[in-house]
Design a protein around this ligand. Sequence first.
Ligand code: NAP
Length: 258
Amino acid sequence: MDTVTLNTGARMPIAGFGVYQIPPDETQAAVEAALAAGYRCLDTAVSYGNEEAVGAAIKASGLPREELFVTTKLWIQHAPASSVEDDTMLSFGNSLRRLGLDHVDLYLIHQPMGDYYSEWRAMQRLHRDGRARAIGVSNFHPDRLVDLIDHNEIAPAVNQIEINPFHQRAADVELMRERGVQPEAWAPFAEGRNDLFGNPVLAGIGAAHGKSVAQVVLRWLVQRGVAVVAKSVRADRMAENLDIFDFAVTDDDLARIA
Ligand code: NAP
């Protein structure tokens, strides 16, 4: 598995498995299948309601903790009467407990809403005490990302944003590179919208390489250094979505997708 190096020096597998919209009672089986398929990078969130099931799958897999890269996300904190910083610490502790872990590899602010400056101060503390090995953000547009970087001690290691062929975000990715923030794509398949899997340009490129549309899309991202989190509940598709490291899209393919 190819990896990317974060601004902490840690290496993150470039292809991860996401569990958004997998019902909690189906998540353990899906994550166990993903780990069996070869995934080592898992992406969950408080708001997905399935951290416990992800933790159960990790435990059942018997895989050494150091082989896994686990990400979870903080949901927007509404705490006008108390301290958002304290509530962030509390929420993180609850995530760790649900996951059955003593640290996560990456902890993200899920949305740039509410008092995310206080959230970030707490996350810097969690990073310093080692319980969040890396900290980052999600869904931050360039203005908010730059503001957060310029006015805090620790810069986000990752910004997880929607990137897919219908929403390419080239300028956003470029800015992240300039600022040392690793871009990570969510919904690389646009959740199947706009008939992505039947798209003639992507299908044509796939046919030329003996690869599927899904594989072309993932390759298009990782080849440009963008980490991906993809979701499937089907074992055959999990394997397909990992089988992207034995071919390369050409400059012409890249131009056609662009
Ligand atoms: P996605 O990965 O773009 O698309 C998932 C859809 O594609 C599912 O319907 C899946 O169906 C199908 N699929 C997967 N592989 C396929 C293949 N090889 N061939 C045909 N169909 C395939 O959408 P997503 O789940 O929204 O995004 C991925 C992950 O990103 C999430 O699970 C989550 O971890 C993360 N995410 C983050 C945010 C954020 O705000 N930070 C937002 C959304 C998502 P089956 O399951 O039936 O195979």
